[in-house]
Design a protein around this ligand. Structure first.
Ligand code: B12
Ligand code: SF4
Ligand code: SF4
Length: 262
């Protein structure tokens, strides 16, 4: 029963014991939603890669081309959690994605779904890093698998290609990362503006993923909801509420577009 519900929800999923994550929870408001006596995290992957040709002429990163995953993935997870609650009324099932106290890269690795790259991201064997991670934290226990090797093969291509020099052997410096720069409010430095301009990307940054050998020959089989509604170019002229760049407000994406095109 549980596998039927989960396989209808995401093409890849696994179970991580909550105990393995409980000491590295991210401090955020969503933390209070974690159920008391949480025992497991059901980690699910939502592929969004549309194939390289699909991005010709795009001016935003791949994750922002598809409809905002915060909404779409949350809806999918809410639906699954309702079904799980019906099947197991005595248990709790709480849904998170991105805005989550769960360090999702770590949880996906602990669930045996893939490895961590030097660029800090999670890579699955079939889909590469082009997956959103979503999870259901539950009071239910599962059979867990033991996870051994979690590292990428360290070719350093991501370190060399990073325009912000944000990646080192110790992980990424979130302050320097261009993806974070594109999300910053207010005035940017000349150096930051130059970085956006030369990347050609008005929102996010895909450089350390584009160069990674683990992303070669991966499946371009996005989940159903991402097959429609792709928008290659950012816009700030109409309702952007279904776009991943909307959460910082219209001013930020407008500023970035001006940097790119003026
Ligand atoms: C904050 C955040 C950002 C910030 C900061 C990123 C960061 N790595 O700190 C910014 C805005 C820069 C960002 C950018 C991006 N993000 Co982001 N982000 C998050 C968020 C909300 C929290 C990450 C976090 O703070 N984790 C906690 C820290 C402590 O974990 P950590 O950095 O991995 O640190 C661990 C390890 O590095 C390790 N560690 C730390 N130091 C050291 C040192 C050594 C020596 C060793 C061995 C280990 C080690 O221990 C830490 C604890 O486990 C997650 C969602 C979530 N809830 O997890 C999404 C998430 C990681 N982001 C995501 C995405 C898609 C992106 C972008 C690709 C978007 C884009 N195209 O622009 C970029 C990629 C940038 C990059 N290379 O990481 C996805 C990643 C999916 C995947 N396949 O991995 C996530 C999981 C969201 C989701 N639900 O899908 N992000
Ligand atoms: S580019 Fe090389 S070092 Fe960087 S994440 Fe990919 S395999 Fe690891
Ligand atoms: S997302 Fe871009 S700026 Fe950030 S670490 Fe990767 S290559 Fe560097």
């Amino acid at each position: 029963m549980i596998n039927k519900i989960l396989s209808e929800t995401a093409p890849v999923y696994g179970f991580c014991p909550f105990d393995q994550i409980k000491d590295s929870l991210i401090d955020c408001r969503a933390k209070s939603r974690i159920p008391e006596n949480a025992r497991s995290i059901i980690v699910m992957l939502f592929p969004y890669y549309l194939g390289d040709e699909a991005y010709d002429g795009s001016d935003i990163s791949k994750y922002a081309v598809v409809p905002d995953y915060h909404k779409t993935v949350t809806e999918i997870l809410d639906n699954a959690s309702k079904k799980l609650k019906e099947a197991f009324p005595e248990d709790e099932f709480v849904v998170f994605t991105d805005n989550s106290p769960i360090p999702e890269v770590k949880a996906a690795i602990s669930a045996g779904l893939g490895v961590r790259g030097l660029n800090g991201l999670f890579f699955n064997k079939e889909y590469g890093s082009w997956v959103f991670i979503g999870e259901i934290v539950t009071t239910k226990a599962f059979d867990y698998i033991e996870v051994k090797n979690t590292a990428c093969f360290g070719c350093r291509k991501c370190i060399e290609a990073c325009p912000a020099k944000a990646i080192s052997e110790n992980g990424i410096d979130p302050e320097k990362c261009l993806s974070a720069v594109t999300q910053k409010k207010g005035e940017l430095t000349e150096e930051q503006k130059e970085m956006i301009k030369s990347s050609g990307c008005a929102w996010g940054c895909d450089i350390c993923q584009n160069v990674c050998p683990m992303n070669k020959k991966v499946k371009s089989e996005p989940i159903e909801i991402f097959k429609n509604g792709a928008e290659l170019k950012a816009r700030a002229d109409s309702d952007i509420s279904d776009r991943a760049y909307s959460w910082r407000g219209e001013k930020v994406i407008k500023r970035n577009l001006e940097i790119l095109y003026k």
